[in-house]
Design a protein around this ligand. Sequence first.
Ligand SMILES: Nc1nc2c(ncn2[C@@H]2O[C@H](COP(=O)(O)OP(=O)(O)OP(=O)(O)O)[C@@H](O)[C@H]2O)c(=O)[nH]1
Ligand SMILES: [Mg+2]
Length: 440
Amino acid sequence: MSDTIYALSSGQGRAGVAVVRLSGPAVRDVFQRMCGKVPTARIATLMNVRHPIDGDTIDKGLCLLFAAPRSFTGEDMGEFQLHGGPAVILRLLGALSGVDGLRPAEPGEFTRRAFVNGKLDLVEVEALGDVISAETDGQLRLAQRLAGGALSNRVSCWRKALVSARSAVEAAIDFSDEGDVRTDVRSEVAPPIRQVLRDIEAVLDDGGRGERLRDGLTVAIAGPPNAGKSTLLNLLARREAAIVSPFAGTTRDPVEVHLDLGGVPVTLVDTAGLRDGGDEVEAIGVARARERVAKSDLVLWLEPATDMGEASAEAPPDCLRVTTKLDLAPVSLTPRGLAISAVTGIGIPELTGLLVQRARELAGAQENVLIARARQRAALHGCAEELKALLKLADDKKGAALEFQAEHLRRAMRELGRLIGQVDVEEVLGEIFAAFCIGK
Ligand SMILES: Nc1nc2c(ncn2[C@@H]2O[C@H](COP(=O)(O)OP(=O)(O)OP(=O)(O)O)[C@@H](O)[C@H]2O)c(=O)[nH]1
Ligand SMILES: [Mg+2]
């Protein structure tokens, strides 16, 4: 890790200020050569920044040194905060490229060094990436909580409990010929393991909210033809995204729009009206609609007040029922579910409110949500399974082989190690860091 890396960490294009970061052993040398001296650590210092070879002035700006190990990467880090014009940035990056031992950073390389130097664990690395890419408030809250160590701290408590359980079991193995150690072990090991298992199961029992929040929810608008599905999509999207016409069977391809519903990112999908017996193209549209309905997290099932037959068997049992075209409803009508009219606007605020509420139930940034990715869930689930197997052996009154218990403990710890990136990291690292931007 002897290379010193540099990158523009602020956004591309013209801006008031541009931040170029460096990390590695040559940082002080770069300051010495380009500014004439090394700024005092952690004190922003206004300096003339010059080209290291021809001495030409690049710009005047703030220079900062974060001395190892008290820096984001754990190495010496430097920052140039210069004027954010493309020519200034070009000149600075060009100057840095000419310095021996310096090279441009790869995507996520600063964060990778922070991980390698033990500044962040893998969960925190992932969360940091999510902080940067968060598009809604809910996503940001979850990412910040995880980046702040909410899950990592729990994992480290669990690991401590498993470590002491393991040493108890291993001591018992070593002294197993010396009388009745086994009963002692049972009372020493089982209760804390049971507690850890309960904790992990509570974290797992979140209804997948964190992953849904990170990936976004899919909400499908479905129902019979001509129910006003596309009209509702356009209304919620505030633009004419889908074609509306008085003819039944207008929509064929699913039409998607993206919304922020109370902090939850939502993809709203308008689908073809469900009926059998249309032309060939419509039939394909209907098949796609059924596919999208089956795959979505929530279905809005629309039926027009002008044509309310029997409740359709095709509406999913947990769908949100909406009766549309209330302005045309016969006086005797009893609407199913929420009643709306796109013409008078009646029921629309209620529908939006209900959607926000359901979106938050399905994907939330509540305090107890600590899992943001399938990878994290898989590791915790694997750990819980090992602990269950261990407890089953420990409960066995005959005193099952301690070696087997030790093996389950070892595997449970391995799963936690995998979660925070202490074992088997190589295969996930590439994938995680590739998703980062350069300069982070
Ligand atoms: N009066 C009234 N007309 C509506 C309302 N909502 C939609 N319409 C009309 O109903 C017709 C059908 O609307 P669409 O939004 O295209 O219906 P759809 O469910 O997407 O229909 P398909 O794509 O064919 O399945 C259009 O003429 C709309 O203007 C409403 O609330 N009141
Ligand atoms: Mg339509």
